[in-house]
Ligand binder design. Structure first.
Ligand SMILES: [Ca+2]
Ligand SMILES: [Ca+2]
Ligand SMILES: [Ca+2]
Ligand SMILES: [Ca+2]
Length: 379
């Protein structure tokens, strides 16, 4: 009541000034006078908020989903608000979704007229045939102009449910050939020349012709002018568990370490015809000797990728141009599943694993490689 009394008292200097300003503005209808004298910038705006915090929609729902927004009151003058988005799964506008109103340069600009009671934007998914799991996108009320200001409920999370199912059709677990414990592999070729590696008696096999699993062939590239694998290294099919504590599938995996140049494992070409998309996953274990994630330098490269029959290369991981310490931070010394998908029909693919390092503490194990595909029946 005290405030109200003060408000009505025309002898208050501040109030007289405010009344005068209001009278002066009567001819400009888009600007309203607030009955508040707190001097706040937002005193004559209404807040815009998301209504609710989250929602879910199937990626196959062509109707899309409305994301409602509310105003604290009907705005007394026109305004706009701007919505941006973020997505860990890197949902791409125009490829994975569109919106109404349309976005420009990553911003959805919504215009509001005076007196408007509510608002919304619409999310329209673009269906795909890839089994990528559910994805999330977070919309953010970024800014507002005119008669609007951004409220407190400024984030809205939308979950896009995947409706595709990939079925396993091939795997590699390095269990086809029985290996031996803790024996060095020696390359008897020339370290100065690129060449294919061969299996040597009483040493860990590096190649497999494929029996129950896809086959693979190892090779060496002289990228450093060093001794390569001629000095004897722990590479090939292994069952050592001292460093990695065991394998995610079976009792054996594949190791590359101290390659002093690039070692590459090339898997047999795999037919994927008939699949609308293909997923590849591989479990990797990268050792960090000092436990601080600082041992790999910029020259050390881990690259795992597939090459399609049309020549396109799709990286599963590629540390070229960055540093493995940064790329792998938080994932050293534990089995980590890396994934990629071929989001289209192709005739065949070839998987490559490449490791180029130069100390015996740089150790990579990999295992449990799985290929799965989405076909028409599974959609
Ligand atoms: Ca789909
Ligand atoms: Ca999908
Ligand atoms: Ca295995
Ligand atoms: Ca070596």
């Amino acid at each position: 009541m005290k405030n109200k009394f003060t408000f009505l008292n025309p002898s208050t200097p501040t109030r007289r000034l405010l009344m005068w300003i209001c009278v002066g503005m009567l001819t400009t209808p888009i600007i309203s006078c607030s009955d508040s004298d707190d001097g706040d910038d937002n005193s004559n705006t209404v807040q815009v908020d998301f209504y609710g915090t989250s929602s879910t929609v199937s990626e196959a729902d062509a109707e899309g989903v409305s994301i409602p927004l509310i105003f604290t009151d009907a705005p007394t003058r026109p305004g706009t608000y701007q919505i941006t988005w973020e997505s860990e799964e890197e949902l791409v506008y125009g490829k994975d979704f569109t919106t109404e109103p349309e976005a420009n340069d990553g911003v959805i600009n919504v215009e509001v007229v005076a007196g408007q009671k509510d608002a919304s934007i619409k999310y329209l998914p673009i269906d795909n045939k890839v089994d990528e799991g559910d994805r999330r996108i977070t919309f953010n009320l970024h800014s507002a102009t005119g008669g609007l200001s951004v409220g407190t409920a400024s984030d809205f999370i939308l979950t896009l449910e995947n409706d595709d199912k990939a079925v396993l059709f091939s795997k590699v677990s390095f269990e086809d050939i029985e290996t031996m414990l803790s024996v060095h592999y020696y390359d008897y070729g020339l370290a100065s020349e690129n060449h294919a590696l061969v299996n040597n008696p009483n040493q860990p096999p590096v190649n497999s012709e494929g029996l129950n699993e896809l086959g693979y062939q190892a090779s060496y590239f002289n990228t450093r002018g060093l001794e390569g694998l001629t000095d004897g290294d722990y590479v090939g099919i292994v069952k050592a568990t001292v460093v990695n504590g065991g394998y995610p599938d079976g009792t054996q995996g594949y190791e590359m370490s101290d390659t002093d140049g690039k070692m590459r494992l090339t898997f047999d070409e795999l037919g994927i015809e008939g699949y609308l998309s293909t997923n590849i996953s591989i479990d990797v274990y990268l050792h960090d000797e000092n436990g601080k994630g600082l041992q790999y330098d910029d020259e050390d490269v881990l690259r795992i990728y597939v090459k399609l029959d049309d020549g396109e290369e799709i990286d599963i991981i590629n540390s070229k141009g960055s540093n493995l310490n940064d790329l792998f931070v938080g994932n050293f010394d534990k089995w980590t599943t890396l994934k990629a998908s071929v989001p289209k029909e192709a005739k065949s693919l070839t998987l490559y694993v490449e490791f180029d390092v130069d100390t015996r503490f740089d150790i990579l194990y990999f295992d449990n490689i799985r290929f799965s595909g989405v076909n028409e029946d599974e959609i």
